[in-house]
Structures are given as C-alpha cells and as structure tokens.
Design a protein around this ligand. Structure first.
Ligand code: AHR
Length: 484
C-alpha cells in the first residue's frame, strides 16, 4: 500500500497530553500498586521506584486521579493531614484507608514530572467542597484550606492547572448520578466557585455523546469550560471477564473515532470548538471486570462482588490485540489533534493497565510498549497524509519533529497472520530505521519471566521517496527518518 504524506503541510501540532494516563483507587492500582510503603522496592514516600521509572520512560505527561467511580463519594478532606481515618468506599464497596491522598498524589506527579489532573466529586459533594480542594492545592496562604496544606508540611501551592467536574455522572452506576437537566447548572455553579478561587485553572466536565446531556452542559456551563471529558471502553467486561479475541478487537478499530466525531459536531453546533477541547480521559479497549458491584441486589457475597476483580490482573489477557488497538486509537487522536488535547489510558498500573506490579518487580504489558514507541519516537507535528490505494489492514500517521530534519511514521498492521507492505511516499532525505512490536502470535503477552512482546529495531540505510517497508503481522511499527 502507498502512504503519501506532505512534509510541508502540518495538520496540527499534537498536545503531548494525549499520551496521558489515569489511576484510580480501585483494586491494586494505588495500594499494592504504585503506593506500597512496606515493599523493599518503594522509596521513603512509599512509592514503588520501579513503577516510577517505568512511568518516566513513557514520559507520562498528565495523570488523572482519584477516579473514576471512586471519586463520586470521595471526601478529599479525609485524605490529608495527620489524623486520617479509614472510610468505606461506597462505589467499590471496600475500605479506603485514606493513606494515599492529595499530598501523596502530588508527590507522585512531581517524581515522574507530569501534570496533575484532579477529578472532583460531583456525586455526593457540592460546589463548595470542590472549590475547597482548589483552595487546598492552589492558594498560597489565604483561608482555611491553603493554611491546612502548609500545616501539613507543604508551604508552596501545588498549582494544579487541570481539574475536572465529576466522573460519568450521567450513568446509573455512578454514586449521586445526575439528570441532564441537573448537570449543566451544577457544573456552572461549581465552575464559578472553582475559577473564583483560581482563575488560571483549566476545567473539564463529565460528558458523553448524548445530545440532551451536552445541550444542558454547554448551554449552562459552556463558557466556563476549557475541556469536555469523554470515556470509552470497547470490550464491555464489567460482568464477564471473557476478553474478545484478536479479530473481534480489530473490528473495534474500524470506527474508533466515532465519539470524537460526535463531540466535535456538538461543539461546532454551539460555536465552542475553538474554546473547548476534548479530554478523552478514560480509554482502554478492555473494560474493567467488577461483576455485581453496581447493584443493590440482596444477599451478594464478597466472593461474588469483590474477589472476582483479581482476575483483571491475569497478564495473559493483555496481548497484541490490546497493543494494536491502542496504536490505532492513538493514531486517531493524532489525526484529531486539533480538537483532542488530552487523553488518559485507563488505568496505568494493574487492573487493565500497561504496568503490572508484583512483590519483586513489574511486568510491562504489550500496551506499555506502544506508549514507549509513541512518546519516544514520534514527532509533535502531525502531517497531512492519505492513502492513494488503501489497505484496510494498515493504519498510518506521519509526523515531523519541529525545527529538525527528522520525521516518523506510525504504521499499524492489523492483519493477524500476514505481513503487509507500506510504501512511504514522503519527500525527505535521511537515514531510516524501523522500530516495532509484534510478538510471535496475535495472542503474545508478557508476564513474570516472560517477555514475548518487546521493541525490535532494524536499520534500512538511506531513505528514498516511495521506499517500501514490510510490516510484520499484528504489529505496531515506527519508521524513523533523520538527517544527520
Ligand atoms: O470500570 C471502571 C470504571 O470505568 C471507572 O471507575 C469509571 O470511570 C468507568 O466507568
């Protein structure tokens, strides 16, 4: 297949925040995941050094926290200071020890050099509790909450720039769910108080592609928002852990950008497409497995609603299907870089995440290597590109590094069994190499002591316009051209 890109036509400069991640107080993401004070691999603050190192390597630009469904009954005030008491987390139906709260989260972000992105409780909390959180984080010394932060040993304001109002508040599963009519006014009033505390913050609010929801949100609160938050999991696995096989996952890639298209249309209808960008702040091909939790059915036992979540941590479930899907999705974000400015892979650690922790180390799942390729090897400028003779198995994006004689093409081969060829029609010169992940089969995965999915690299000498590359079956490849 021929892939033509114009090195002189930059479609958009992507925001690095599209390579962001999410972490929630769910199962072993925080406790026993990134935060594990008793573990010999943890630093003095209880953070796992090996996890931090892995996060730094993929340049996590932004980390959304603390939920997810968890946040909709979370009281942040119970998670700061000396005397913290455990509470019962009514979303996930477990005890929340409250030992990891705002200060620990900010410490984590600082250590990996990423932007914090706090999602507030718009389920059981109100505008005052949300804006108190902004005071705690962003005011230097005025008022009760900034003074409390200083008293807790943090005299300098945290300057958290990115905030979101609520998480999936449209959903029947969410604690304190709202109707479309309630949502717009609640967001407006919360936004008003939060931005009165700190006018420099950027604000998002929970949304989905539903027209009524967005009409209420944008009509009442559009002028207070900088972002609109949407989520998507394609393989719905909350009640069953039967992950779809490779070919089914490839079907999901066929219209991977449908939500972006719909939200773009709605923003345009409101004339807000230049003011509000999309924060795709939870995404993963695999939905999380937590059967029987969002229900009030009587008589359920922990064997039925709690223990099954351990099965999210089976590394054999995260194969090249996950990697190829994730690369196709990131390609779609790059193609929509003018309107999507932020995204969060959900989650980063454990559950369906790209980093798995165990007592003595970590496993880098297939999706981790996709982030490694995309954050370390692609340029920030997305070039205009097209396929004169398309091959449905190939999904490609061309990028350039601004101010440098360096270009990189991300090319995915979705075909489960055959190698495919791509001729790169790009008018540039330089040395060329290809880095890729493939694994020996579409079902390849990594686990403790097993490293089947890894980055490979091969040099091809000098690049010439139209040069052909072989993309291995079920692979994610980056073709890199650079003039020395
Ligand atoms: O299944 C996990 C949940 O998925 C997250 O908490 C929520 O935001 C989404 O519905």
């Amino acid at each position: 297949m021929r892939f033509k890109a114009d090195s002189n036509r930059v479609r958009a400069v992507r925001d690095e925040k599209i390579f962001g991640h999410f972490i929630e107080h769910f199962h072993r993401q925080i406790y026993g995941g990134v935060y594990d004070p008793g573990n010999s691999l943890s630093d003095k603050d209880g953070l796992r050094e090996d996890v931090l190192e892995a996060m730094r390597n993929i340049h996590v630009p932004i980390l959304r926290w603390p939920g997810g469904c968890f946040v909709s009954s979370y009281n942040w005030k119970k998670g700061v200071g000396e005397n913290r008491v455990p509470v019962f987390d009514k979303a996930w139906r477990v005890e929340e020890p409250n030992t990891f709260g705002t200060d620990e989260y900010i410490a984590l972000c600082r250590k990996i050099g990423c932007e914090p992105y706090i999602c507030t409780n718009a389920g059981t909390a109100n505008a005052e509790e949300m804006s108190d959180w902004v005071e705690y984080c962003n005011l230097s010394d005025e008022g009760e909450w900034a003074r409390l932060r200083a008293l807790n040993g943090h005299p300098s304001a945290y300057r958290v720039r990115y905030w979101s109002i609520g998480n999936e508040n449209y959903g029947h599963w969410e604690i304190g769910a709202k109707t479309a009519e309630e949502w717009g006014p609640l967001v407006r009033e919360s936004a008003k108080m939060m931005k009165h505390v700190d006018p420099s913050i950027e604000l998002s609010a929970a949304a989905l592609t539903d027209v009524d929801w967005n009409v209420s949100l944008l009509k009442y609160a559009g002028k207070y928002l900088d972002w609109i938050s949407i989520h998507e999991y394609w393989d719905h696995l909350a009640e069953t852990n039967a992950c779809s096989p490779y070919d089914k996952v490839m079907e999901y890639t066929e219209d991977v950008g449908h939500s972006i298209r719909k939200i773009r249309g709605l923003l345009e209808a409101f004339g807000l497409e230049k003011n509000i960008r999309i924060a795709f702040d939870e995404w993963n091909v695999r939905g999380w497995y937590h059967p029987n939790v969002h229900t009030i059915r009587q008589g359920l036992t922990k064997e039925e609603y709690l223990y099954p979540r351990d099965r999210n941590d089976d590394n054999s479930l995260y194969t090249m299907a996950d990697a190829v899907f994730s690369a196709c999705f990131l390609n779609e974000l790059l193609r929509n870089a003018d309107i999507v400015g932020m995204a969060a892979f959900a989650p980063i650690v454990n559950t369906r995440g790209c980093i798995f922790t165990y007592d003595k180390g970590i496993v880098l799942r297939s999706t981790y290597h996709v982030f490694d390729l995309y954050t370390n090897r692609l340029g920030e400028e997305v070039l205009d590109a097209w396929y004169p003779d398309p091959d449905p198995a190939i999904d490609a994006v061309a990028t350039a590094f601004s101010g440098k004689k360096r270009w990189a093409v991300a090319a995915v081969n979705k075909d489960s069994s055959s190698m495919r060829k791509i001729a790169v029609d790009l008018d540039v010169v330089g040395d060329v190499k290809m880095a890729w992940i493939s694994g020996s089969s579409p079902d390849s995965f990594n686990d403790i002591g097993r490293n089947d999915v890894k980055i490979m690299e091969k040099g091809y000498g000098r690049f010439s316009k139209g040069m052909e590359f072989s993309l291995p079956a079920h692979s994610v490849c980056i073709i890199e051209i650079a003039e020395r």
